[in-house]
Write a protein that binds this ligand. Sequence first.
Ligand code: SAM
Length: 205
Amino acid sequence: MSKKLSPTFTQDWFSRSIPSWSHILTQLTKKTPNLRILEIGVFEGRSTCWLLENFCKTPESTIMAIDSFEGGIEHKSMELGGLKKQFEDNIASVGSSAQVVVRPGLSLDQLCRLVAENTKPFDFISVDASHQAADVLSDAVLAFQLLKPSGVIAFDDYIWSPMRPGTENPLLLPKSAIDAFTTIYSQKLRILPNFPLYQLYIQKH
Ligand SMILES: C[S@@+](CC[C@H](N)C(=O)[O-])C[C@H]1O[C@@H](n2cnc3c(N)ncnc32)[C@H](O)[C@@H]1O
């Protein structure tokens, strides 16, 4: 399908990750040219469009996109009524709708379903949905279950906090969940070194 329109975005929470994602995905495509990608939290599809245009150039490369399309608690002030349609329009505008499977709903529900369906494992998983620690922890554990050996999980917003320094509640932030997960799973994974700490990347043994 030819390109019709350019995708439209109101937010950019992704561009800072492009150098790290480019490096990691280039390594992964050396072994697996047709990547199977799972994105947990897609919002308007900025990262999905970038993946499609840069690392999913063959029709066999696919992306599964999970999102409630309702925003997280940090998005309360945003008008998000048309978010799912905007995501779908953006994907269509890069001409790649057929490569993307959308699973609307809460990540906990959708990930449990994927595990129960014995879904073929993924090469690369992005965890960027709810930033509440309990949600990040269940997303991490279930994503790990769905990851291929040597596959990579990207945790966004590892050191994100909207609170004043010294007043942070760790239960409302991703870091405490990601630290608990990487500690408990330490014999099953390695943390990829030398990336900016705004994201944390792990590789499954
Ligand atoms: C930070 S945005 C994702 C940004 C996107 N990865 C990008 O780079 O543009 C978080 C997204 O997660 C979704 N979300 C929040 N909590 C969720 C949950 N519990 N289950 C599924 N999606 C959720 C929101 O609707 C929002 O679209």
